[in-house]
Design a protein around this ligand. Structure first.
Ligand code: ATP
Length: 249
């Protein structure tokens, strides 16, 4: 990626340094909020305890998420400031492979930041970015937090929400949507209310979901199987066990 600093890939903390740099650049560009820096720090701590790898239960969740997106009537990939800063091109590719819409959806919503994120996604190949109309509402949330596009998240049956705030994740679930949540904390409310909690770093999760989607595309039986065999409670328990019992080197 052109904005990345020159970091030696052999550095033992390469991925973590790259992530920090991208978030910092996101703040400088006006796409990531300053609170996003704090969220990143929180995520990093969990990732460290997970061993900075995709555990098997997360890979199963990523396969189930791909299957849900492919078999949805109207799938939407929600994009916030951290997601846009970390994996812009990868989000565009996932949306293309699964036929999902991309919608900018911010906790601390400002028109400037929405415009900046939409522009950044277009620079990474997106043709249609939703989130600018904001003519729909999520019931049960205050005005600013409730805004979505009526023909985007408002009409979606399946929504992939990376790093979502707990209240909004809960409210989306109450609207009857199938929620696929990426969050490194298995005890966050967002992960707990998700149909498919993906306990993994978004940097690894998005490309892995895309890979599974390529594999599952055109195979409804395999999609059904991935959805039916996935168990959210076991995935959360497996992630928590890994964090609690992990070998720190
Ligand atoms: P909740 O209300 O759901 O309990 P929160 O709103 O307090 O959580 P935040 O402080 O906003 O959570 O943090 C956002 C969440 O995103 C954290 O749980 C953090 O672990 C997670 N997170 C941060 N960076 C990443 C990342 N790169 N990949 C995946 N998850 C991440």
């Amino acid at each position: 990626m052109s904005e990345d600093v020159d970091l030696p890939e052999s550095h033992p903390r390469y991925e973590s340094l790259l992530t920090r740099h991208r978030i910092e650049a996101g703040v400088d560009r006006g796409i990531t909020s300053r609170q996003g820096l704090i969220a990143q720090g929180r995520g990093e701590a969990f990732d460290y305890l997970l061993g900075e790898r995709t555990i098997d239960s997360a890979d199963d969740a990523e396969r189930a998420a791909a299957a849900h997106l492919l078999s949805a009537e109207h799938p939407v990939v929600s994009v916030n400031g951290n997601a846009a800063a970390l994996v812009p091109g990868e989000l565009v590719e996932l949306a293309e492979v699964t036929g999902a819409d991309l919608e900018v959806n911010l906790f601390n919503r400002t028109e400037e930041r929405i415009e900046a994120i939409a522009k950044y996604l277009r620079e990474h190949g997106a043709t249609d970015v939703k989130g600018l109309t904001a003519d729909g509402r999520i019931p049960g949330l205050d005005h600013e937090r409730a805004k979505v596009d009526a023909d985007g998240i408002g009409a979606a049956d399946v929504v992939l929400v990376p790093l979502e705030d707990g209240d909004r994740a809960e409210a989306l679930g109450e609207m009857g949507k199938t929620e696929l949540v990426i969050d490194l904390n298995p005890q966050s409310r967002s992960a707990e209310v998700a149909t498919v909690p993906i306990i993994d770093n978004i940097i690894r999760a998005i490309p892995t979901i895309t890979e599974h989607a390529r594999d599952l595309r055109g195979d409804p039986d395999a999609q059904r199987d991935a959805i039916e065999t996935f168990d959210a409670d076991s995935a959360l328990t497996a992630a928590e066990r890994t964090i609690r019992e992990g070998d720190l080197e």
